[in-house]
Write a new protein. Sequence first.
Length: 152
Amino acid sequence: MSIEVGSVLDGVVSGITNFGAFIELPEGKTGLVHISEVADEYVKDVHDFLAEKDKVKVKVVAIDEKGKIGLSIKQLQEKKAEETTEAPARERSSFRAPRNNFGGRDFRKPNRATSASFEDKLSKFLKDSDERLTDLRRKTDSKRGGRGSRRD
């Protein structure tokens, strides 16, 4: 099987960097899955989705003149989501769910019941701002000798 743009191949993760993962392909070739092509969501760390020696299906998206092979996992996930909506997570891919290092709380989605309204947030901001300005004035006035010692 030759490696051509658009073909779907099985590969093994051979290395992970901060910008993506290197995938060992058939015929002894190696390609790169850029961090933006790992998953359909924001990927901060590739280790959250892939580990070395994971078996993955990849799509060849580019081959440049130097022979570098650009791969994508994300494009295959979108196809599978369209084809099978009820497939179990283990059958879809060898990905692991992203790690949650926040003690079980997801900071990306605020809880609607505890989130304050815009007016509440604005009044809190104005109150905090006024307190900070008052403290600042108090400190600077004491260094200048109070309000009565200003020079005109």
